[in-house]
Write a new protein. Structure first.
Length: 82
C-alpha cells in the first residue's frame, strides 16, 4: 500500500486508528461525514484544522485498503476453496 504522509497510525492516539497527521481526527470520521452527504467545504468549516488535501488523503487511504482486500471462498467446514 502506498503510504500517504498525511495519514498516520499511532498506537497512543485513538487506539491506533488511522488519523490525519497533527490531529486526533480519524480517517473513518471523515469518511462517515462524506458518506452522510457532507462536502469538503462543510468538513473544513466544522474542522478548521483540516484541509481539502487531508480529506482527499482519507479517500485515497480507504481506496488503497479496498484495493488490497482479498475475499476467499470457504466450504461449510471453513476450508478455503478455489
Amino acid at each position: 500500500m502506498e503510504k500517504d504522509s498525511r495519514i498516520i497510525l499511532d498506537a497512543s492516539v485513538l487506539a491506533g486508528k488511522p488519523i490525519i497527521r497533527g490531529t486526533r481526527i480519524s480517517v473513518d470520521l471523515v469518511l462517515d461525514l462524506l458518506a452522510s452527504g457532507w462536502d469538503d467545504s462543510q468538513i473544513v468549516e466544522e474542522y478548521p484544522g483540516l484541509s481539502r488535501e487531508d480529506i482527499l488523503a482519507c479517500i485515497r487511504y480507504a481506496q488503497e485498503i479496498v484495493r488490497s482486500e482479498r475475499v476467499y471462498s470457504t466450504d461449510p467446514r471453513g476450508k478455503i476453496t478455489g
